[in-house]
Every structure is written in C-alpha cells, then in structure tokens.
Design a protein around this ligand. Structure first.
Ligand code: EPU
Length: 419
C-alpha cells in the first residue's frame, strides 16, 4: 500500500501535457476483439486499468506488444472463444465492454459482475436491453453476466437512461450484426465518439456518434489499422480545477478545448481566467478567491460528474455558499467528509451538497473513496496549509497517468510513500 504525502501550500504554475482518455481506452481495447487482424493503438494512457485490461485480453489469446509506454500492437487473429477469468473481469467496471465485443466476435460472453469505484448502485439493465434487442439472451446471477446468441441482427434500441456504457456496448454488439441498428437517447461523451471513430477506422459503418441518434450498418468484418486515442477531458479538467484551487497558472497542452466547454463556462462564471491558446491548448489562471456558483452534474455536454469532486475542492474556499446537485451517481459525495477534516464546511443533504466557502484548508490525513475523489484530495492537499496524507491512492493509479510527476513539474511538493 502506498500513500501521497503533500506539503502545501503551493500555487501550481507551468505546463502540463494530457494523456489519452481512460474511458475511451477501456472501450477501444476490448473493441479490438471485433477485428480479425492487427491494430496499433497510440496515446494509450499508462494506468493500472489498462494494464488489467491487457492481461484479460491476453487470457483470450490476444497478443499484445508494447512498443513504448503509450503504444501497443494488438493482434486479435488468434482469439479463443473461451470465458474471460471471472476474478479478473469482476475487478473493474469497464470489463462490461467484453460482453458487446465478445458477442460480436464469438456469439458468447461471460464476465464477472463488474466492480470498480464505489459510486452507489451501478445497474447494467440498459446494456442487457440493447443486447436483447439485437437477438442475444442475457442472464445475470451468481456474480456474473452471461450473454449468448446464434446470430446478431440489427434492431432498434431506445435507452431509458443516458448511459455511456450501454451506448458503447450497443455499438460494439451491432457493428458485425446483420442489417441496420439505431440507438436512441444515447450518451454523447467524447469517449463514445472516439470508440465509434476507432471502429470506423477499422472498417465499421457507424453514423451519428456525438448526436442524439446513432445508426450502425452492420459490416461483414473489420480490418486492422492504427488509431490514436483522444486526449482525456477529465484529466484536463482536473488540472484546470487544480489551477483555480491553488490560485495558480497552468497551461494545459494536448487537450481538446471544445470538450472542456462545460467546465470553462463555470470557471469563467466563478471569475477564473481562461485563455484558449489553440484548439488543443488552454491556459487557466486565478489570483483571487473564486465566486460561488451552483452546479448540476449531467451527461455530456452538461457538467461532468467525474469533475464534481475536484470542483468541490474549489468551492470549499470560494466566496459565499455554493451548491452541487449530483444527478448521476448516488454515492459521489464521500470525499466531502474528508474535505471537512481539512477545514471545509460542506453539508450534504441527499443528492445535494452545500459548500460554505472558508478562507483556507489545512493539512490532514484523508482517504480516497474513488478515482476522482482521490485526485480531488490531492488538489486539496496542495492548496492547503501544512501536510496532507492521502491514502488509498491505488484508486488514483487506476485513471491518472503519472499524476504526482505532472504535479511536481508544476511545483507541488508531493511524494509517494510506502505505508
Ligand atoms: N444506468 C442505469 N442502467 C444501466 C446503465 C447505467 O440505470 O444499464 C445509470 C447509472 O446508474 C447512472 C447513469 O445511468 O446513474 C449513468 O451511468 P453510465 O452507464 O453512463 O456510467 P458508466 O458507463 O458505468 C461511465 C464512466 C464513469 C462516468 C460515467 C458517467 C467508464 C468506464 N466509466 O460509467 O467514469 O462517471 O460514465 O459519465 O467509462 C470515472 O472515470 O471516474 C468514472 C466513474
């Protein structure tokens, strides 16, 4: 077990380069199962969730060669249609993408009931609904999900809830199905579009990703090719919020500034300075106490739930009282109890949290409850007076590539220490 030890209080300053998007990468890796060939995947984030995914794919006979820390060559010509090990697939949420991909490739998929960050109930009924609409049978029980089909046939899918995972899984299952599939009430997140772009690069026929309706004309087969994963908008947003929380000045490179609009709009409302230097570089700086705002998390292009906790750190020392309504995950306010240990004044009432801004946070011993909460506590530690210890940092390693190295380059005093 490791922890971060952080000596505050630092105004983060300098440049940071954003890695590839975790939530695109964890879908594109299993999507390679639909290809009978060799794919080169570039700009892959070097994080533990990706290492686990590569290990799972290897158990299915996929050959993976890493040519540098962020590029892999994935050879899916010799895939065995066997069940993925339950103990591995049950470890993290995104293993559910194996179902759509293996249904398309093998007509059968068995995965452990997906684990992942503890954000509250994480149903997969919409995934099952999509697979069934394409002619699969889905059984859920005894800690696993089993989906089988003789033949996938295109169909109409209307999702009851806007779900990133169900949208991507429906795309994966329909790419090689016979005929045309339409999916309505879909998620429009940049990583949904990136998965569709990857599949189209390999020969799929997907239209409308990023809009309200996605249409997929099934094709007979996909071919290999090279694809570079989109920059991680949540990592970029985390550094933007770190600039404001620490009253710093950070230039964020290799991001897609358009994807950051929901956050940029709120930060401007709070009085922070944002300069779009180009389509892939944005500078954020803030010398004064930000103004209070109200925030509601929503599917893209709304304010992302994955930036709710780092935004909570900023609101903890903003002027007046701010409010966050969390509409996606029921247990995403666990970090507020940790921030209160650092002197914040946050009062959670169900799905709403009220942040009474204080002048300063102070160092304390705190613990990450999920990936984004972990990043938020690190930012809080850098902005606080004194020393902060952040425990459970394995959550952070799941999704942020070299977080402490990037923060140190911006001036943070942060060390990874074995417990
Ligand atoms: N939902 C259902 N039924 C379903 C699927 C989802 O009711 O079958 C509900 C969920 O309970 C939730 C809402 O729909 O209330 C949205 O869930 P979604 O399916 O969009 O979430 P997800 O695909 O499981 C992905 C990201 C999360 C991110 C959410 C929302 C991945 C691997 N995970 O999860 O990322 O919070 O979308 O944007 O892509 C993170 O990166 O820290 C993270 C948790």
């Amino acid at each position: 077990m490791e922890k971060f030890v952080i000596n505050g209080k630092t105004n983060l300053k300098g440049e940071v380069t954003i890695s590839g998007a975790k939530n695109a990468a964890v879908a594109i890796l299993p999507a390679t199962l639909l290809v009978n060939g060799i794919c080169t995947i570039e700009n892959l984030p070097n994080i533990s969730d990706i290492n686990i995914y590569c290990d799972i794919l290897k158990t299915l006979g996929v050959k993976i060669t890493q040519t540098n820390p962020n590029t892999v060559i994935v050879d899916t010509r010799y895939v065995s249609c066997i069940d993925a090990p339950l103990e591995m697939t049950g470890k993290f949420r995104a293993s559910y993408y194996l179902i759509g991909a293996l249904l398309g490739r093998c007509g059968r998929a068995v995965v452990g009931m997906p684990g992942g960050c503890k954000l509250g109930a994480r149903p997969i009924d919409q995934h099952a609904k999509a697979f069934e609409a394409l002619g699969a049978t889905v059984e859920i029980g005894q800690g696993k999900i089993m989906a089988t089909t003789d033949h996938l046939v295109g169909g109409s899918i209307y999702l009851d809830t806007v779900s990133v995972g169900a949208t991507i899984n429906a795309i994966l299952a329909s790419v090689l199905a016979d005929g045309t599939t339409t999916i309505e009430n879909v998620a429009k997140e940049p990583h949904v579009v990136d998965v569709a772009n990857f599949l189209n690069t390999m020969g799929a026929d997907i239209h409308g990703a990023g809009t309200d309706i996605i249409k997929i004309n099934g094709v007979k087969e996909l071919h290999g090719g090279t694809y570079s994963i989109v920059p991680d908008q949540i990592e970029a947003g985390t550094f933007m919020l770190a600039a404001v929380a620490t009253r710093g000045d950070i230039t964020i490179k290799n991001c897609i500034t358009k994807h950051l609009d929901p956050l940029s709009a709120k930060l401007k409302e709070m009085g922070a300075n944002i300069e779009e230097i180009s389509g892939d570089t944005i500078r954020v700086w803030c010398n004064e106490r930000p103004k209070n705002v109200d925030i509601k998390t929503l599917p893209y292009p709304g304010f992302p739930t994955d930036l709710q906790s780092p935004m909570g750190v900023v609101l903890s020392t903003a002027e007046g009282t701010s409010m966050i309504s969390e509409t996606i995950w029921e247990s995403r306010f666990q970090y507020t109890a940790e921030l209160n240990k650092m002197g914040a004044k946050i009062n959670v009432q169900g799905k709403v949290a009220f942040f009474e801004g204080v002048n300063d946070l102070y160092g304390s011993i705190v613990s990450a409850s999920d990936l984004r909460a972990g990043a938020a506590l690190v930012i809080a530690g850098i902005s606080a007076n004194g020393t902060t210890e952040v425990h459970n940092i394995e959550y952070i390693d799941r999704g942020y590539e070299k977080l402490e190295e990037k923060l140190r380059a911006l001036g943070a005093d942060i060390q990874r220490v074995k417990e």
